[in-house]
Write a protein that binds this ligand. Sequence first.
Ligand code: ADP
Ligand code: MG
Length: 343
Amino acid sequence: MKKKKRIAALLLAALLLTGCAAKTSPDSQPSSTATSVPDTTKSTGVGFYFDTVVTVTLYGAPEGLMDEIWAACAQYENLLSKTIATSDVSRINTADGQTVTVDAETWEILRRAKEISSLTGGAFSVTIAPLTAMWDFTDGTNRMPTDEERIAALPLVGDSRIELGENNTVTLPAGMQIDLGGIAKGYIADKVAELVRGRCYGAIISLGGNVYTVGDKPDGSLVSVGIQDPEGPTNTYFTVVYTKDKSVVTSGTYERGFTLDGVRYHHILDPKSGLPSASDLVSATLVMESSMDADALATACIVVGSEEALKLLAAQKVDGLLVTTDGQVLYTEGFPEAYMVSQ
Ligand code: ADP
Ligand code: MG
């Protein structure tokens, strides 16, 4: 257990100031006669998908790669958004007990979501949807369910009841619905990383709390990712982690929420109660190759609290950093040595 260090604003710009590095193949090594200096020209783009600001920094990208990224984001939003009527998620949610055929990618996300739900004892549940629908953490209406409404919806939560059949079919019992808000951004970060890997000098992809770094900096040092200070204004960081070709995902109770009569309500719900999780964690940052797994597991960590989260991460061999409500920072074994030393 370590005391939280407040480096805060000092590290403000750490995230996007960093560069990334090359997959230099042996035959492209500069020789004494060659003039080939790799193109590391920086291009940046900002988009808005999934109710989230998406920022992409590319180094040495070919013409059109940025456009391909936005096209992929739009395509995933059309597939996975619960507010787009024709999306796979909407079709599942309005099927009323009938079987629907979905895209292979939607099916794969649900397959993994079910696994993660099972290994987190249901703390992560995409079938939380009937409950998330009763809360509004985004539009300023401060909408929340009555105790009666909330309790009546609890039996509709349970990812083991999502039936995944052959040929990408999905069947949900009538009344149940899904919300991929805790996992989809991770999946998309993985897919964008896949899209750019090997096609540019380096990249930093950021979808809200999901950051994927491809390669390292042109000078060979690791990419640094700022970790949001749970108590500070947006984009103030209390520390940085250094990674290479991995995703750094933070889930935090400070992300979305509202305060009513002095009580703060936030967007990570405990599937057992349907209320915002009341654990001792305000944020969880995980470093993994799979941004999708990190996204779902980070959400689960917040729900289960520090003690269970550390056990879960150790069992799954996942590296992470947790911040408690009283400002302590807890690390999985070896985390500071592996990720907090500039190399
Ligand atoms: P963010 O979307 O801010 O990055 P998370 O990854 O933690 O944060 O996901 C929170 C979102 O996931 C919520 O907005 C909601 O859509 C959904 N969600 C809330 N509670 C849970 C839960 N216990 N399990 C799965 N998804 C959840
Ligand atoms: Mg998540």
